[in-house]
Design a protein around this ligand. Structure first.
Ligand code: DQA
Length: 169
């Protein structure tokens, strides 16, 4: 596949930032019957592999702290970040601050949940992010991140931010 390059050299946006919220550092050891056995590192390695095939650059950030996630989202304004993949973990269901940060930077994002939150406790059914996301992926296990990267690349190609082939075409 043709490499993706930033179409607009002034903007130079060539990166997708993968944001991981609280407790996702314990992936692979926490509630493995729900979240599976991939660790965060092994997941990111697989994503790295896949992103090379797509020709897109991924950056990664995990924090257990709401404010640090807000700071990281804001920092993306100063970087060549074209959009986010975000699993905000439990903050999905509570955080107006993360919602406002995402609205504030005004970049597209795809919300990911490893588990099917709709098949779980009712407090997990509400998301402060879903209605402003450009896509939502739930219940596909850690494979959902890969789907999310492809979907976001596809959206960015169609929006003219990334040059190259639409991986979903
Ligand atoms: C989660 C679902 C959330 O409800 C939970 O708090 C998590 C992980 C998921 O990936 O399925 O920490 O976001």
């Amino acid at each position: 596949m043709e490499k993706l390059t930033a179409r607009n050299s002034e903007e130079g946006k060539n990166t997708i930032l993968v944001l991981q919220g609280p407790n996702l550092n314990l992936l692979g050891e926490r509630e493995t019957e729900i979240y599976g056995t991939d660790t965060l590192d092994s997941l990111h390695l697989k994503l790295e592999d896949h992103s090379k095939k797509l020709g897109v650059r991924l950056d990664y950030f995990q924090s257990n702290h709401e404010g640090r996630i807000v700071d990281r989202i804001q920092q993306a304004r100063l970087e060549p970040v074209a959009g986010f993949i975000i699993n905000a973990g439990a903050f999905t269901h509570t955080s107006v601050a993360i919602r406002d940060a995402l609205l504030g930077v005004n970049l597209p994002f795809i919300e990911v949940h490893v588990s099917n939150v709709y098949a779980r406790e009712s407090f997990r059914h509400n998301s402060y992010l879903s209605d402003i996301a450009s896509g939502v992926i739930v219940g596909l296990g850690t494979g959902g991140y890969r789907v999310a990267v492809e979907a976001l690349v596809s959206q960015l190609v169609r929006a003219g931010v990334f040059d190259g082939e639409d991986p979903l075409a």
